[in-house]
Design a protein around this ligand. Structure first.
Ligand code: GLN
Length: 447
């Protein structure tokens, strides 16, 4: 059913980069055999999933939306993907995204932009635009994306689906093609909060292949997400309701807050005073780490190689020149600059100090409240091409996402209405480190 729908309709959306039919059909046959034999079925038996193309899957290419990885077939499975398959999920294929997950609109993919299924002339958000669009279009029941500075939560809001950002370290990143390692996280896109809780429960946990995957015990997220919310304290940060917030979005988010109050929550005004420094801080740290992570793409080990050069350094240079897109090059330059001798203290070190202040803002807020509610995006999905000439305008689309990324806390993006034009609106629920159950519980109440 899903492959038929993809064949029929993905031409205009462009969400899948490759299909994993052999692997999917083999898995489906296995589940079928279990069912016929009357054996107990695993928790995700037969659930069709799509996987963002920055995650590795044996038998499928992994391009990360880049030409430089053209022809690269990873020899191992991403842990999160393998865990989902072991739980019975059927992996349909790989989903389009911004090149190396850099972007907010999916217009930086070397394989063409993704169109928002809710309005084809609009962006789906980014960088996990294909993952959000595929769930919204019914091309899979759920998908995996990654979020470094908003790339699960913002596209979920733009496409009208649920997106979960687990705490940094909650889900193993083994098999994730790294962008900014101190920020990168893997998480699900789903049609509802309960499905997000289910997928997190399967993926979460430590991993011998990833030293940054935490040993913190994995909770029963489904049970936690279904608990009543009466008596919970909800923080509403004034800094997230200022200038630039679309009026219809503000009204929809305020309605969600009123619903929580009606459900018995105590609503508290809070302040996260360093919020306005989040975007510059994020773009220094993310680009610095990207410039280091992306040095491995040199034409020797992975994918593309320009064979016309006569020297080794010439080969590196020409391969990287031909393989990387404009935004990736911009970030490598920015990051290399921020890390260079003489500038390191002024930019990178300063950004790390501000990161600590941003994290403390959240920690002191969470001493008083159980969850924080904010708008997910300042505007609804914008038109394709609208911001492509202005990288700074594009970066500003991340105003409500990057602070939580820098702080490492968890969050959920849930649909909370539509604009008059019919574009989806999302609300963000943030939770303490490793308190996904609480964020999901509040999200469930506003769903
Ligand atoms: N839009 C942000 C960026 O371009 C976030 C991307 C992400 O989370 N992968 O860096």
């Amino acid at each position: 059913v899903h492959y038929a729908r993809i064949a029929q309709k993905d031409g205009e959306i462009n969400s899948y980069l490759s299909l994993a039919k052999d692997r999917a059909l083999a898995q489906a046959a296995k589940i079928d055999a279990l069912a016929k034999a009357g054996d107990p079925l695993p928790p995700l038996a037969g659930v069709p999933l799509g996987i963002k193309d920055v995650l590795t899957m044996v038998g499928s290419p992994a391009t990360a939306g880049s030409k430089i990885l053209e022809g690269y077939h990873p020899p191992y499975d991403c842990t999160a993907v393998a865990k989902l398959e072991a739980a019975g999920a059927v992996l349909l294929g790989k989903l389009n995204c911004d090149e190396f997950a850099m972007g907010s609109s999916n217009e930086n993919s070397a394989y063409g932009p993704v169109h928002n299924p809710r309005a084809l002339d609009r962006v789906p958000g980014g960088s996990s635009g294909g993952s959000a669009a595929a769930v919204a279009a019914g091309f899979c029941v759920a998908s995996l994306g990654t979020d470094t500075g908003g790339s699960i939560r913002q596209p979920a809001a733009f496409c009208g689906v649920t997106g979960l950002l687990p705490t940094w370290g909650r889900v193993s990143r083994f098999g994730l093609i790294a962008f900014a390692s101190s920020l990168d996280r893997i998480g699900p896109f789903t049609r509802n909060v309960k499905d997000a809780a289910t997928l997190l429960g399967v993926m979460a946990g430590s991993d011998i292949m990833d030293a940054t995957a935490s040993h913190t015990p994995v909770n029963d997220y489904v049970a936690e997400s279904q608990k009543p919310v009466a008596g919970l304290k909800i923080g509403v940060p004034e800094e997230y309701f200022g200038e630039g917030l679309d009026l219809e979005i503000r009204a929809a988010v305020e309605k969600s807050i009123a619903d929580l109050k009606a459900a018995g929550c105590e609503i508290k005004k809070i302040s996260l005073p360093h919020t306005r420094y989040a975007i510059p801080t994020y773009y220094v740290i993310a680009t610095a780490e990207a410039s280091s992570n992306l040095s491995r793409f040199d034409g020797v080990r992975f994918g593309l190689r320009d064979k016309s050069a006569s020297t080794l350094t010439g080969m590196y240079r020409q391969t990287r020149d031909a393989g990387f897109g404009a935004e990736v090059k911009r970030r490598i330059l920015l990051g290399t600059y921020a890390l260079s001798a003489g500038y390191y203290d002024a930019y990178y070190k300063k950004a790390q100090q501000v990161r600590t202040l941003l994290t403390r803002d959240f920690l002191s807020a969470f001493a008083d409240v159980d969850a924080i509610v904010t708008p997910m995006t300042p505007t609804p999905a914008f038109k394709l091409g609208e911001k492509t000439d202005d990288p700074v305008a594009m970066y500003l689309a991340d105003v409500y996402t990057v602070a939580a990324s820098l702080a490492g806390i968890c969050g959920v993006s849930v649909p909370c209405g539509n604009t008059k034009e019919g574009l989806p609106i999302g609300v963000q629920i943030l939770g303490r480190h490793f308190d996904e159950g609480m964020a999901l519980r509040v999200a469930q109440a506003v769903e």
